[in-house]
Ligand binder design. Structure first.
Ligand SMILES: Nc1ncnc2c1ncn2[C@@H]1O[C@H](COP(=O)(O)OP(=O)(O)O)[C@@H](O)[C@H]1O
Ligand SMILES: [Mg+2]
Length: 713
């Protein structure tokens, strides 16, 4: 039997509007509305339930409401269908009510035979009292959940909408920062790992070449390496994949935060020392190639200054002095030419020729010939060419700021700083600062990460950490688990800032100003993007780390850098960063402080969701914000065990009983002696603590040879 549209709609009528406000619509349910399962809208569906979608027809289309609460009220006026039974005394009667959040409009497109629907967020024509309330058809329900454009990335299914696919536009999801929030064990890490994996899979199925994507995961728990075995992996304590964030990458703010330099006495000197390092105004080594390059640079600059002052064109003694300088330079250039690979001979010859034609031994000073403009310009050009030949670039001649990542050695830096402190009579203020830098450099674990005694170059680092066009791994996992706590904030801040500034420069240099879309993932964001006191004078490492992320949150979008935060303590996160996140995946959150923090991010009419957050099962999350037209409760796609981040809980029972669930023997030997010795710096090899240990067995990361907390022995 086929029903007419009106009859069909009649069949889905479940109640009547009896209260309307902009953020809430109350509905009284019909007596014969389903009370458990609705079978009148196609497939059987649980109804009435929290978060069900209902429709209220109007002139502009249907208003879509989401059920926020259900209740039974004792009503003195039974609402009966049919004739009223006059003369009967009405007894209080249980009446079912529900409240709806208006979330958007469902617009009908097309004519009779080809009807389709499109969902738009926002309500511009509210219903009125007495309007009917309908259950959506399956098709309408799918149109609601499956709204939006470019739905390229499948992240899960909606259990409340007959398992409609929840798909999002990756540009929206990553383009304006995403926060994944929820308690420990609610599924955040799996969601993050899944989003990355599914994005790459989806892109691969469309692209006809290697996917050109970059995901950089900052992983304080060391759990992602297992999930992305094909990724670029960098660790704090792994020779083959040693994490490198050399100290010459640090800018003055980071140096200042790390050394706790006071703004008045120490900072200016620290900056001066850094500037000298950046401009190579010191001898890094006895490298003659560098010395020759610097020398050519200096005589080039000196010649330009002399030219601007008109010296070669003026009569005695100016032109004579100029000639004598050229003569001295010629000798030095000749010496360098013999020692280095670059060919300095043309410059040597040119200088000698000029000297020969301008040096006169006669007594009459007025006979000293002045130079022609052509002569001087040819000399300058020759010097520029030679400078390029020795590896110098014109920009090297400009003074560099203290923040440019030009390589310098930590040891030279300390010596320089010490000399500077002595020279300015500030020694006593610098003792602590110098000691701190020395400690850091001497410590083997810190030194491995920040040391400068290897061949890290800026170019190589960018290739390895952000990824080059040729690399096949699209994911970089930076395992921060074993980074000493003294430097973990600085290291994280430097990595994030370097990525951000690299992308900033990419856009500046790109001929059309295009960006290189990149995603930066920060796990356990509450430790690295923690709120800090604005007014405190001291710039701590943690605060400067947070500030880097605040800057990325504010400006990252312009340069193609998307942030994904994952945190179990939203209440401790920086408000600036959180409020810049435009999409959210909210897993179970039971702590009331954290719920409050989340509630501040939600529009008023969505606060109902909050009440459901404490009871969400694992793997379920509300998707809301820019990436989704309306809040959708999503059952996140299944991530196979092999692709899940490693988050093993301590295996108390297995250790207690000596065997795991599959009956395999579990052993945990104890050798405190070896551990104590390692701790006190007597041995350093982890194998001594756990003989025959695998890579899993790690010793105390806080261990270091020279920290102040060292146990005396
Ligand atoms: N999408 C998923 N697919 C499969 N299992 C999941 C998924 N999400 C969560 N889980 C399960 O829940 C556990 C906890 O998830 P996890 O992502 O580690 O939580 P969190 O990071 O919030 O602490 C995982 O070990 C896994 O067994
Ligand atoms: Mg986790």
């Amino acid at each position: 039997m086929s029903l007419s549209p009106i009859e069909e709609a009649q069949g889905r009528h479940i109640g009547t509007v009896e209260f309307v406000s902009p953020d809430e619509i109350k509905v009284s349910l019909d007596l014969d509305a389903p009370d458990n399962t609705a079978i009148n809208a196609g497939n059987p569906r649980s109804f009435p339930r929290i978060n069900n979608y209902l429709l209220i027809p109007g002139q502009e289309g249907f208003v879509v409401g989401q059920v926020e609460w259900l209740a039974v009220e004792r009503s003195p006026f039974p609402k009966r269908k049919g004739l009223q039974d006059f003369g009967l005394v009405d007894l209080p009667f249980p009446q079912r009510k529900l409240s709806l959040n208006p979330v958007g409009m469902l617009i009908q497109l097309g004519a009779k035979s080809k009807i389709s629907f499109i969902f738009k967020r926002g309500v511009y024509a509210f219903p009125t009292i007495g309007d009917p309330v309908l259950l959506p058809t399956d098709e309408q329900l799918h149109s609601i959940i499956e709204s939006g454009e470019n739905r390229r990335l499948l992240i899960g299914h909606s259990p409340l909408a007959s398992n409609a696919e929840v798909k999002v536009d990756p540009d929206r999801l990553f383009g304006r920062h995403l926060a994944v929030l929820g308690n420990t064990g609610s599924g955040k890490s799996c969601t993050v790992a899944g989003l990355i994996r599914w994005s790459l899979e989806a892109a691969k199925s469309t692209a006809n070449h290697e996917v050109n994507a970059r995901f950089i995961i900052l992983d304080p728990n060391g759990e992602y390496a297992k999930a992305f075995s094909d990724a670029n992996i960098f660790k704090g304590d792994d020779k083959a994949h040693q994490l490198k964030v050399p100290l010459w990458f640090w800018n003055s703010v980071e140096w200042c935060a790390f050394t706790q330099a006071s703004a008045r006495a120490q900072l200016p000197l620290l900056k001066r020392a850094l500037r000298s390092m950046r401009n190579e105004q010191f001898d890094i080594s006895d490298n003659v190639e560098i010395a020759a390059r610097r020398f050519v640079g200096i005589i080039l600059q000196a010649t330009m200054i002399a030219k601007n002052a008109g010296e070669p064109y003026k009569a005695f003694p100016h032109s004579k002095n100029f000639t004598e300088r050229l003569s001295i330079w010629a000798t030095s250039i000749g010496e360098y030419d013999a020692q280095i690979t670059a060919d300095l001979n043309p410059l040597f010859q040119a200088l000698q020729n000029l000297v020969a034609t301008h040096k006169i031994t006669r007594v009459n000073f007025t006979d000293y010939p002045i130079y022609t403009v052509a002569e001087v310009d040819a000399l300058l050009q020759n010097m520029r060419d030679t400078y390029a030949l020795t590896g110098g670039s014109p920009s090297d001649l400009l003074p560099k700021s203290e923040d440019v990542p030009v390589k310098f050695s930590g040891k030279v830096f300390i010596d320089f700083l010490e000399a500077l402190a002595q020279e300015t009579g500030n020694e006593q203020y610098f003792e602590f600062l110098l000691a701190r830098i020395r400690t850091m450099l001497a410590d083997t674990r810190m030194g491995a990460v920040i040391g400068d005694d290897d061949d890290v170059t800026l170019e190589g680092w960018l290739n390895d950490y952000i990824g080059s066009f040729e690399t096949t791994s699209k994911v970089t996992v930076i395992d921060l688990a074993l980074i000493p706590s003294d430097i973990i904030h600085i290291v994280t801040a430097v990595i994030a800032r370097m990525v951000f500034e690299a992308l900033q420069r990419y856009r500046l240099l790109h001929p059309d100003g295009k960006t290189l879309p990149t995603v930066l993932v920060m796990e356990e964001a509450h430790t690295f993007i923690r709120r800090y006191k604005d007014d405190s004078e001291d710039q701590s490492s943690a605060a400067s780390c947070c500030q880097v992320f605040e800057r990325i949150a504010r400006e990252g979008r312009k340069f193609g850098l998307g942030l994904v935060l994952s945190s179990q303590r939203p209440s401790e996160l920086s408000q600036t960063v959180l409020s810049q996140c435009n999409s959210f995946l909210l897993h179970r959150i039971s702590n009331d402080k954290d719920q409050e923090a989340v509630s501040k991010l939600l529009p008023d009419n969505l606060r109902g969701i909050l009440r459901e957050l404490p009871v969400l099962p694992t793997r379920h999350a509300f998707l809301l914000g820019w990436a989704s037209e309306l809040p959708i409760l999503t059952h996140i796609r299944e991530l196979p065990k092999s692709q899940q981040p490693q988050s093993d809980d301590p295996d108390f029972w297995a250790v207690w009983t000596g065997k795991d669930t599959t009956g395999n023997a579990v052993e945990r030997k104890i050798d405190w002696k070896a551990l104590a010795e390692d701790w006190q710096g007597k041995t350093t090899a982890p194998e001594a603590v756990f003989p025959g240990s695998t890579a899993e067995a790690k010793i105390n990361p806080a261990n270091s040879a020279t920290t102040e907390d060292e146990i005396p022995f």
